[in-house]
Design a protein around this ligand. Structure first.
Ligand code: NDP
Length: 311
């Protein structure tokens, strides 16, 4: 079947995918969103222009180039019967594992203090708290949360995960919590809290003053989910009160983070430019092609989200 695929983003230059399409599927008609023809049936995107989906009457598939689909579900013009898919990539999980292990150890092993002291030539040691005495909580135990939990548990950290429903097959040594009823107990034992939730109507603003108050005093917040999970002013207030001791943030409501945002100059906050992990073009294009073939064959798509749940 002849197909026209639209590459759409208001945030990044999607032409980085063109050489991979040329190599793997030269027969496909690939267009940038600025010249999307009405007959296009597939959109591959990262923050597509508002209303694009509704303007394509033959749309059959919307594929994200990443694990998150909040940038797609935020647009109400995707027809309810059109599948939305996300990328599932083992390399994405290992990138996320490396980032979160770095963030947890950076603070738990005082590397933040050693880096500050190095600028003054100060040789000073902090006591090492054994990993088994440092409790890490991972909110969101999906593909990425499970990989992170497993790696931290192997390092000996006292790891727990929180998800929407119960998880029967958790990695060895990882405690499971689920649902609103168990959130308090989960938070109360999270010296480091990692947010790996999808952004949905339910999780918007999840990282707020009420949640911070339920963490142990001086906890470390690591947000590798989405900027929309975090209420920025509540974070600054919790740091001022000492309720939180530090934050490591990789995702922001507005990206790039505006130059005058207070997070940039706050020494209690580590800012990284949404780089926790990435998927290479070959995986993105290969997974899209697999989904197009599955669509034709009428078989289940890879990474299809539940439109009702929003993830
Ligand atoms: P998954 O869909 O595999 O997992 C989502 C997890 O969140 C599941 O465990 C789910 O619970 C849980 N969850 C969803 N809603 C709720 C809720 N209301 N209450 C409690 N738990 C909930 O996602 P991934 O692991 O693949 O990705 C997670 C997120 O990581 C992405 O959506 C994206 O926001 C972020 N991300 C960030 C990147 C970065 O570079 N910073 C890169 C890639 C992803 P259940 O298991 O019960 O369904």
């Amino acid at each position: 079947m002849s197909r026209t695929i639209v590459l759409a983003s208001t945030q990044i230059d999607m032409s980085y995918l063109l050489p991979t399409f040329a190599k793997l599927a030269p027969e496909l008609d690939i267009r940038m969103h600025q010249e999307a023809p009405e007959h296009a049936d597939t959109v591959l995107c990262w923050h597509a222009p508002a209303g694009l989906f509704g303007a394509l009457p033959r749309l059959r598939l919307v594929q994200s180039i990443a694990a998150g689909v909040d940038h797609i579900t935020a647009d109400p013009t995707v027809p309810p019967d059109v599948p939305i898919c996300r990328i599932i990539d083992p390399n994405m999980a290992s990138g996320m594992v490396a980032y979160v292990v770095w963030a947890v150890t950076h603070r738990h092993r005082h590397f933040d203090q050693y880096l500050a002291r190095q600028t003054q030539g100060i040789w000073q040691e902090n006591p090492i708290v054994p990993t088994r005495l440092h409790r890490v909580g991972i909110a969101g135990m999906g593909v990425l949360g499970l990989a992170v939990a497993s790696a931290l548990a192997m390092l000996g950290y006292d790891v727990a995960g929180w998800s929407r429903g119960p998880k029967p097959d958790l990695p060895a040594g990882v405690m499971g919590y689920h649902g609103a009823g168990q959130l308090g107990d989960f938070l109360a034992r999270s010296d480091s809290l990692v947010c790996l939730l999808p952004l949905t109507d339910e999780t918007q603003g999840f990282l707020n003053a009420d949640l911070f108050a339920r963490l142990p005093a001086g906890a470390h917040l690591i947000n590798v989910g989405r900027g929309g999970h975090l209420v920025d002013r509540d974070l600054l207030a919790a740091l001022d009160r000492g309720q939180l001791g530090a934050a490591t943030l990789d995702a922001f409501t507005e990206e790039p983070l505006p130059g005058d945002h207070p997070f940039w100059r706050d020494r209690r906050i580590v800012v990284t430019p949404h780089i926790a992990t990435r998927t290479g073009p070959t995986v993105v294009v290969t997974q899209l092609l697999a989904n197009l073939a599955r669509l034709d064959a009428g078989t289940p798509l890879v990474g299809a989200i539940d439109r009702q749940r929003g993830y």
